[in-house]
Design a binder for this molecule. Structure first.
Ligand code: FES
Ligand code: FES
Length: 172
């Protein structure tokens, strides 16, 4: 049986590029091939599996993370394009043991069933709130339309986001 060479004996990969990412406040230096997506770098190189891979084609929003405060689909982003960026994944949303108010609202409003879409929903909602463009529940629905929930928890997700934004509890 052939055994794999130890990391020290592996030939250097001439295609690899060194980049620096600050992820949830911690700085990481990574050597990556230029075609590695940010999603795969987070999940497979940094072990941050909270960010989910749904479609891997930019259509479901499960992979949403915040890059320099803006929400993006990590599956459509090459990691090397984000050299020097500051990234927040779901693992970095809470403050230590205390859940973020948006996470608390998701919990209070039962805004998930299987939970697979939830990290992306929460990161996307944080981006939406920072954008300041949502004034109504319809705005929330429209601006969250890139995040699919196959369990159809949409009404509860909108309730959780609306509550966190201080909107009227009654649906508009
Ligand atoms: Fe990225 Fe679906 S996994 S949008
Ligand atoms: Fe299951 Fe959204 S809670 S996909």
């Amino acid at each position: 049986m052939r055994s794999h060479p130890s990391p020290e004996l592996r030939m250097p990969d001439p295609d690899a590029i060194e980049i620096r990412l600050t992820v949830n406040g911690s700085e990481h230096r990574l050597r990556l091939q230029p075609w590695v997506t940010l999603l795969d770098a987070l999940r497979e190189r940094l072990g941050l599996c909270g960010t989910k891979k749904g479609c891997d084609h930019g259509q479901c929003g499960a992979c949403t993370v915040l890059v320099d405060g803006q929400r993006i689909n990590a599956c459509l982003t090459l990691a090397v394009m984000k050299d020097g960026a500051s990234i927040t994944t779901i693992e970095g949303v809470s403050g230590g043991d205390a859940l973020h108010p948006l996470q608390q609202a998701f919990h209070r409003h039962d805004a998930f069933q299987c939970g697979y879409c939830t990290p992306g929903q929460i990161c996307s909602a944080l981006g939406l709130i920072a954008e300041g463009r949502a004034a109504t529940r319809d705005d929330i629905r429209e601006l969250m339309s890139g995040n699919i929930c196959r369990c159809c928890a949409y009404p509860n997700i909108v309730d959780a986001i609306a509550e966190t934004m201080g909107m009227d509890a009654k649906p508009q």
